[in-house]
Ligand binder design. Structure first.
Ligand SMILES: [Fe+2]
Length: 197
């Protein structure tokens, strides 16, 4: 391609950090988001997808935690990203990122605004599952997250996560739990994420 890489419609790593800061997210959320980005970057190396969308989605999935730490933060994130004029498909990655998504029974039980909360596109799935493979700022096997859901009585969510893990592992060509060993429990961050204090 002549003239190098085209400008992306999705915010880059540094722009995402600025968006999280401006929204009022804590450093902890920002470090978490950078770790989820590192996992999403590794997964998207081997699964065909819109990588700019995946990386921005990984960085911004928890932007709703600037206003709410309940399950509602996913919807709040969607709302914030739309209000910032960012692409709809990016905002959708935030709404659909909790676990392996929420079905209509969950949506009613949690009293969330009506809508589709199940990750359907490959980008939505990678963002959601990268988050499942990170606890705070530590890489974990998916069972850490699926067992946590089961222990809380969210059996359907736990099963959904297992199914998503198998689906993405098959696409990746290896069980994604291998990323804990490959990246380490605390992956080395680069770029704007490495400058975060
Ligand atoms: Fe989240």
């Amino acid at each position: 391609m002549k003239g190098g890489r085209q400008l992306s419609i999705y915010p880059n790593e540094r722009e995402c950090i600025r968006l999280l800061e401006n929204a009022g997210c804590s450093r902890r959320v920002m470090h978490h988001s950078c770790t989820v980005r590192a996992v999403a970057a590794a997964i998207s190396e081997r699964i065909p997808c819109n990588r700019d969308l995946v990386l921005a989605g990984a960085m911004l999935h928890d932007i709703g935690r600037s206003v709410d730490h309940s399950i509602m933060h996913a919807y709040e994130g969607y709302r914030i990203l739309i209000s910032l004029g960012l692409p709809e498909d990016l905002a959708e990655t935030a709404r659909k990122h909790t676990g392996a998504g929420l079905d209509q029974t969950d949506v009613e039980e949690f009293g969330l605004p009506p809508g589709d909360y199940i990750p359907a596109t490959i980008e939505e799935k990678i963002v959601a599952h990268s988050d499942n493979l990170v606890s705070d700022t530590v890489l974990v096997k998916h069972t850490h997250s699926s067992e946590k859901l089961a222990a809380r009585g969210h059996m359907r969510g736990s099963v959904r996560m297992e199914v998503l893990h198998r689906e993405l592992s098959a696409e990746y060509g290896e069980d994604l739990d291998v990323l804990v060993d490959r990246l380490g429990t605390k992956p080395v961050l680069s770029g704007a994420c490495a400058e975060l204090r």
